[in-house]
Every structure is written in structure tokens, then in C-alpha cells.
Design a protein around this ligand. Structure first.
Ligand code: PRX
Length: 659
């Protein structure tokens, strides 16, 4: 976050009461009720979580104990001994409870006329068929399946087919490059890859299968590849390995019925890779019973979803938000989830509002970067469509600055809809801090209060509690059912990243403060992770991509404040001696990173630097680099440990000559 944003949040004093309209149907209707539930959840967590799970989830066999954990080890288990199945909860039980013919997924493709509606019955059939396809390919319980798809319904079908048969899915966002896909497949040794011929985005056809081919060339674990035909572009299919989705799904030998596996509560459901401050992306592991309970619990209370609602989360299923709040949470509740392929700005900045009007969307969940981008286009776009169906607004991915909050409230919410600013992470499985729409008075820029069951706190570096309004580390002091259970294949990293610095607590990596009224204000990452348009990027990952180029000797990457994206990537690059600093090379290096990681990792600015500000022990002083990137040339703090203080003025010169 920029200094201006932090200052504007510190000054923010406005509050907005929750709406009365629709509150008669709401799950939680007052702060008194919230506080009572919260208190109970802290005093008797096992009782609270047992009740929530019994209410929301069907268990084939009840658990022996609700929780069993030791955060020092760390080891966390929920609903120990219980047996359930995620796909059963998202599909089968709704066939019996009156929702059989209800829309489970409404899919709006990028071209206006591309709409598909799947009832729960239809989705069930598709999922069973694809589960049988996977089985015919030799996929068994515990095997990994990588999924690299655009926002097409087959993505949800493939996920649910995996969880139905106990296979572990690992979804890779379709914007990632071949190299990123390859790393992720190799790490989890996936047996099958599900992909598509191309991605349709902003009117363009971006080939996807060539990336999959390149990756699979270096992934011997992949035996079969299923390809969804999205764009009809020319692609190559390898005999014996690649099959078309539509052909294999139509095969007469594939049955519409597929028994579900009775999974242990702690069996792994999926792996999702996310960036950290060091090294390569980590495979965050989520399990079955706790994750499912947690996403159903939060979807119900945060979005107050009822049976006749149309719920739309605009995220991509390639990120955790899509896993939890497009697919698993809404479907576990038997809700109607809108799945959208495309971007907010194409064919015009009215795109989202047109979709809201078309399907009479009631609950709308998006990211601050989208709000800021649309804000820049002007309010006239919001007025082209009828937004009166909307009841609840949500925000996720990064701090929402008060200006964007007010715009969202005023022009989309018509100054009356609650905005739930939801704070959480890939690792947390679901929302940890958020307003409850009909209970919590809102303060623009604050994620408000922890969800019932979540023991959130801000602590100092020594682990003691910070005072009100004192900034510190955001931690969670008790486990909740959706907490990650591991980093795939790397227990040491699991421990050191989340449980070492503050023994007995979960360390989020974010900074925050709590105000006098117990409201949380998230201040952004405290580590070397950059949040670009709500997407997490590790600086170390981008640096290692840069130094793998033959011309680069050294690189340092920092975040730079950006009006729409929140933060953007600023790279300082030292070239090998004798290599000339040219604009062409700058372009080449940016393209190199795009190719190594994906478009979202492309540095916005790339500055050549003869030297980097290093301490005498060789550590790069990133604080200095961040200030220069932000064009703040005063007050660099204590620079007495720098080996060569002259580097700073050279860097400032270099920065100025870039502008
Ligand atoms: O810094 C926080 C920021 O996004 C990080 C988590 O990123 P990721 O694992 O990709 O998950 C994104 C979707 C949940 C956090 O460490 N973040 C997420 N939501 C918010 C936020 N920062 C402030 N306010 C939020 N509502």
C-alpha cells in the first residue's frame, strides 16, 4: 500500500449502518447476535464447529473428535475420524432436497450469446461422466490431476470429478506460462492434465495448448491430457496421450453414474500453488471435511446466501477465491453460482453491470482493482444498466482504499448496500475477517471484525499483543477448520513460514492494526510479496527469472504503488559486464519474465543499475529500492550499514532518466 493510502485509512472516520431492508431473512442481524456467537465460538470452539458442520455438511460417518491440534509442531486435524465427500455435498444431496432442477452454475462466456445453465442434476451427470473418464485413465484416490483451463464450466466439472473419486486437483491459473505450469505439475507429479485449446480474453484468442505441450514435454508423470475445445484454433494432439473432452465425454462406454468415495475428513482435497517471499511457489494443501465446512460456513454468513439468490463472484477459479467462492462454498449451500469468462472492460466498461442486469444478480463479489479500474472509466457506465437486483457487495484480494470503497458504495450500492471487505489468503481456505452484511456497521477501508470462530490478533515482533491502533503482525491464535494442512512435499517450509516466528500462532505475513472499536485495518504484506491487482507475486521468483537470462548479473524486485493495480512490479537489473543497456534488452527482459512466469509477473518498470544498495554483509536494502521506485527521494532512514552509500544517488539519477 502507498503511504497516501495508509494515511487516508488512518484518517477515515465515517461509519455506515447495516441496511434494514432484507434483514428479516438474514442469518445474523445484529452486532449483539454476532458478539454472542463470537464469544461462544471462542469459549467452546469444538462445540461451535461441531454444530456448524452438522448444520451445513452431510457426513457419512460422524467424527470421533472435532479437533486435534498442536500449532507448535505444527499439526492440525479437524473432524477426526469423520467421513464425507465434497462432490456429494455439492451435488448429490441437492438432488434429494428439492434443488434438483435449480441452476447450480450459470455460465456467461465472453461472447454475449455463450450462456450455459447447469442444473444440479445436469452438473451431477457431467461430473459423474468425467469422474469415470478420469478413472478410465487410471486415476485413483490420492492421485494428482493438474487443471489448466480458462473460465469454462468444464473447470468446475473437472474439480468436482476429482473430489468425487478422491483424486487431488491442482489448478494452475491459465495466465501462467508453460514454465510455471511445468514446475507445478512436476512438484505434485500429476498423472493427468486437463487443458483447453485456447483462452478467449478481451476479444482475442490466446492459444493455451502449446503451453501445455511445452510443459508436458518435461513432465514424464503426465500420462493423459484432456483438451477442452474452447476457440477451435489449430492445435496439435499427441496420439495416445491427448484426447478431446467432447469426444471422450460422448463415448458410449462412459456411464452417467459414478460412486463417490467416502473420504476421511483429513484426506487431501486439493493443492493450490501460491507465491511466498522466498524460493519457488508453495503447494498449499487443503483437506476435505474442515475446508468444506469452512467455505460453507463463510459463504452462508458473509454473503447471506438464500435459495432464490443469484450469486456472482468475479474471480478466476485458478485462484483460491474461485475455488472457495465460485465452486465449493456456493454449491455446498445449493446456491446458484454465476461463472463468468471475460474481463470487466470488454467490450465496454459496462460489461459487469450488463451481466448483473441480465441475470438479476443479488450478491456481487469482486476485487478493489476492478473497482478502481471501472472508477477511472467514469460513472456513466454504471448507469447504463439496472442494478436494483443487487443486495450485497463484496471485496477481496487487497486493501480497498476509502476512495474506491465510497465509489463502490455510491454508484454500485446506491448508498445503501453493505460492502463486505473480506480479508483472507490461499492458506486460510476461506474468509477470516469480514463484515456480516446485516449486522456490522461499516468503516470504509476496514475489513471490520473476525468471523465467528476466528481468533485474530495483532502482535508485536516479540509476540505480545499490540495496543489499539498500534500496527503489528496479523496472527490467528487458534486454528479454524479451513487452515492449510501443509506445503506439499515440504513440511519444513510449512513450519518455518507460518508457525515459527510466533510459536503457537498462525502468522499471516500481513501487517494490521485494530482500532478502539475492535475493527481490523489491514496494511498489506510485511514480507517480500507483492500484491498486483490482488494477485500474489513473490519478488524472489521474479528475481530468479531475471537472473536466469544470460545478460543479467543481478536483480532486485520491489513493489511500486499503482493507482489501479494497487501495486506493480519494479525491477532493478544489473547487467553482466560488457552487456550494453538498451531499450531492446529492456523489452527482451520483460518478455523473458512473462515467458518464465506469466503476464502478471511482467515488470512494469525495469531500471538498469550498475549497483544495488547492499549492506556490508551483502543484504539488499529493499526499503531504499521501494522508496526510489515510488519516487520518494527523501528520508531513506538509516543507511549507515550500506557498503557503498553512493549507490543511492546513482539509482535516483537512473530513475529520473527513465521518466
Ligand atoms: O495481503 C493480503 C491480501 O492478499 C493476500 C493473500 O493473497 P492470496 O493468497 O492470493 O489470496 C487472495 C484472496 C483471498 C493477503 O495476505 N488480501 C486479501 N484480501 C485482502 C487483502 N488485503 C487487505 N484486505 C483484504 N480484504
Amino acid at each position: 500500500m502507498s503511504q497516501e493510502d495508509i494515511e487516508s485509512m488512518m484518517k477515515e472516520k465515517r461509519t455506515f449502518d447495516p441496511p434494514k431492508e432484507h434483514s428479516d431473512k438474514a442469518y445474523i442481524t445484529s452486532m449483539e447476535q454476532y458478539e454472542e456467537i463470537y464469544k461462544r465460538s471462542m469459549e467452546d470452539p469444538d462445540g461451535f464447529w461441531a454444530e456448524r458442520s452438522e448444520e451445513l455438511i452431510h457426513w457419512f460417518k460422524k467424527w470421533d473428535s472435532v479437533s486435534d491440534y498442536d500449532l507448535h509442531k505444527p499439526e492440525v486435524k479437524w473432524y477426526v475420524g469423520g467421513k464425507t465427500n465434497i462432490a456429494y455435498n455439492c451435488l448429490d444431496r441437492h438432488l434429494e432436497n428439492g434443488r434438483r432442477n435449480k441452476a447450480a452454475i450459470i455460465w456467461q462466456g465472453e461472447p454475449e450469446e455463450d450462456v450455459r445453465v447447469y442444473t444440479y442434476q445436469m452438473l451431477h451427470t457431467e461430473v459423474c461422466r468425467f469422474a469415470n473418464v478420469l478413472k478410465s485413465m487410471g486415476v485413483k484416490r490420492g492421485d494428482r490431476v493438474s487443471i489448466y483451463l480458462p473460465m469454462v464450466p468444464e473447470l468446475a466439472v473437472a474439480m468436482l470429478a476429482c473430489t468425487r473419486i478422491g483424486a487431488v486437483h491442482s489448478i494452475v491459473f491459465a495466465g501462467f506460462s508453460a514454465v510455471s505450469l511445468q514446475n507445478r505439475i512436476q512438484d505434485c507429479e500429476a498423472k493427468v492434465l486437463v487443458t483447453a485449446d485456447a483462452v478467449l480474453r478481451a476479444g482475442r484468442t490466446i492459444p493455451l495448448k502449446p503451453n501445455a505441450d511445452e510443459a508436458m514435454g518435461k513432465c514424464p508423470s503426465v500420462e493423459k491430457c484432456v483438451v477442452v475445445k474452447r476457440a477451435g484454433n489449430e492445435i496439435s494432439m499427441q496420439d495416445g496421450r491427448d484426447v478431446w473432452w467432447h469426444e471422450i465425454m460422448e463415448d458410449e462406454s462412459i456411464s452417467d453414474e459414478c460412486p463417490y468415495e467416502e473420504m476421511d475428513a483429513e484426506d487431501t482435497a486439493f493443492i493450490l500453488y501460491t507465491s511466498g517471499s522466498t524460493g519457488k511457489p508453495k503447494g498449499v494443501v487443503h483437506t476435505t471435511g474442515g475446508y468444506l465446512t469452512y467455505v460453507a460456513h463463510t459463504t452462508q454468513w458473509v454473503f447471506d446466501v438464500h435459495d432464490d439468490d443469484v450469486y456472482w463472484c468475479t474471480a478466476d477459479v485458478g485462484w483460491i477465491t474461485g475455488h472457495s467462492y465460485i465452486v465449493y462454498g456456493p454449491l455446498a449451500l445449493g446456491a446458484t453460482s454465476l461463472m463468468f469468462e471475460g474481463v470487466p472492460s470488454y467490450p465496454s466498461p459496462a460489461r459487469f453491470w450488463k451481466v448483473v442486469e441480465k441475470f438479476k444478480v443479488n450478491i456481487f463479489y469482486t476485487a478493489p482493482t476492478v473497482v478502481r479500474a471501472l472508477m477511472r472509466e467514469g460513472v456513466e457506465w454504471t448507469r447504463k444498466h439496472d442494478l436494483s437486483s443487487l443486495r450485497i457487495l463484496g471485496s477481496v484480494g487487497e486493501p480497498i482504499n476509502p476512495e474506491a470503497w465510497m465509489w463502490y458504495f455510491k454508484y454500485i450500492g446506491n448508498e445503501k448496500l453493505p460492502i463486505c471487505d473480506t480479508w483472507w489468503q490461499t492458506e486460510t481456505g476461506g474468509i477470516l475477517i469480514s463484515a456480516l452484511p446485516y449486522a456490522t456497521p461499516l468503516k470504509p477501508g476496514s475489513a471490520t471484525k473476525p468471523m465467528p470462530g476466528v481468533d485474530a490478533a495483532v502482535v508485536r515482533a516479540d509476540g505480545t499483543n499490540a495496543n489499539p491502533n498500534e500496527g503489528g503482525h496479523l496472527v490467528i491464535k487458534k486454528p479454524w477448520p479451513g487452515i492449510l494442512r501443509g506445503v506439499y512435499g515440504d513440511p519444513e517450509r510449512y513450519k518455518s513460514t507460518y508457525f515459527e516466528r510466533f510459536p503457537g500462532m498462525y502468522e499471516s505475513g500481513d501487517g494490521a492494526r485494530v482500532d478502539d472499536e475492535g475493527y481490523f485495518w489491514i496494511m498489506g504484506r510485511l514480507d517480500d510479496v507483492i500484491n498486483v491487482s490482488g494477485h500474489r507475486m513473490g519478488t524472489a521468483e521474479i528475481e530468479s527469472a531475471l537472473v536466469s537470462h544470460e545478460s543479467v548479473a543481478e536483480a532486485a524486485v520491489v513493489g511500486m504503488p499503482h493507482q489501479v493495480k494497487g501495486e506493480t512490479i519494479y525491477a532493478y537489473v544489473t547487467l553482466k559486464s560488457g552487456v550494453e543497456e538498451t531499450d531492446d534488452l529492456r523489452k527482451e527482459l520483460r518478455a523473458w519474465v512473462r515467458n518464465e512466469i506469466g503476464a502478471i509477473a511482467t515488470p512494469e518498470v525495469l531500471q538498469f543499475a550498475d549497483g544495488l544498495p547492499k549492506t556490508r554483509s551483502g543484504k539488499i536494502m529493499r526499503r531504499v529500492l521501494r522508496k526510489i521506485a515510488a519516487s520518494k527521494y527523501d528520508d531513506f532512514g538509516d543507511t549507515s550499514t550500506l557498503a557503498d552509500p553512493g549507490v543511492i544517488s546513482d539509482l535516483i539519477e537512473g530513475k529520473k532518466s527513465l521518466l
